[in-house]
Design a protein around this ligand. Structure first.
Ligand code: PAF
Length: 271
């Protein structure tokens, strides 16, 4: 991968990297389209990163469909797909992990111990292997975005971090590879997450600024849907993930599936 990247660089070409774990959907493809528009060469990495999954998480059943992924990427004029094997990424004697402090303390970091260390480690390795000018991440994983921005800044990794808006279904549900786990009833119920964010944005637009009341609105809306068990509904600063701020973030279980979503209340909710 690095040899190819060095060749492109020698030829004066700019490189965009879209890191993914496969199971591609239109959310990923919007990252690919953004990379295609802004770079001479587009590289997509497909790697289900084992170290960002906790022991009781869904690593084994995480959806994998390499043939379908490849077809989608071929159709989107991607120049290279980087698909390392797990033992190539993490030889048994690998003993280095990248820890980003502060921004990883709460919310996803608290709910999923070790998750962001796994993300920061793999993103560092992917940036080292591809050496892109720009790397593309989805706004849906807002805390991951904050972690990656901090990582790239603190370690002078050089790539520009580009953030692409969340792609949503018609009823507002954010696209996620994990949506395939939802039963039809759960899928319907899951729309309450984006509905809560939309209503909070409306309330914010009408002048409400009290984070306690805004947070209470999120919680009350989620409580109306018995199939959805909220884990958190908070208002945080988008860069530090400290409270309070104007980024509304939600994590909830719908059946056995854990979903996250967010919206910056200073912007109108899309659609
Ligand atoms: O967002 C993801 O799919 C993953 O966390 C990432 C950035 C590809 C790292 O494994």
């Amino acid at each position: 991968m690095l040899d190819a990247s060095r060749r492109w660089r020698r030829d004066g070409k700019s490189i965009g990297l879209v890191p993914t774990m496969g199971a591609l959907h239109e959310g990923h493809m919007s990252l690919v389209h953004a990379a295609r528009a802004e770079n001479d060469v587009v590289v997509v990495s497909v790697f289900v990163n084992p170290i960002q999954f906790g022991p009781n998480e869904d690593l084994d059943r995480y959806p994998r469909d390499w043939a379908r992924d490849l077809k989608m990427l071929e159709g989107a004029q991607v120049d290279a797909v980087y698909r390392p094997a797990a033992d190539e990424m993490y030889p048994t004697d690998a003993s280095t992990r990248v820890h980003v402090g502060g921004v990883t303390d709460g919310l996803e970091g608290a709910a999923r111990p070790g998750h962001f260390e796994g993300v920061a480690t793999v993103v560092t390795k992917l940036l080292a292997a591809v050496d892109p000018d720009r790397a593309y991440f989805g706004q849906k994983d807002a805390q991951q975005v904050a972690v990656v921005k901090r990582l790239v800044r603190d370690l002078d990794l050089g790539a520009e971090v580009r953030v692409v808006p969340t792609v949503r279904e018609a009823d507002g549900l954010a696209l996620s590879s994990r949506n395939v786990y939802l039963s039809p009833e759960e899928r319907k119920a899951a729309a309450v997450i984006s509905a809560a964010l939309r209503e909070a944005a409306d309330i914010y637009a009408s002048g409400e600024r009290d984070p306690v009341r805004l947070r209470a609105h999120l919680a009350a809306r989620l409580a109306l849907e018995p199939l959805v068990q909220p884990e958190y509904a908070e208002l945080v600063d988008a860069a530090t993930f400290q409270k309070p701020g104007t980024l509304a973030v939600i994590a909830a279980r719908v059946g056995k599936t854990r979903l996250i979503d967010n919206h910056d209340l200073e912007k109108p909710f899309p659609g």
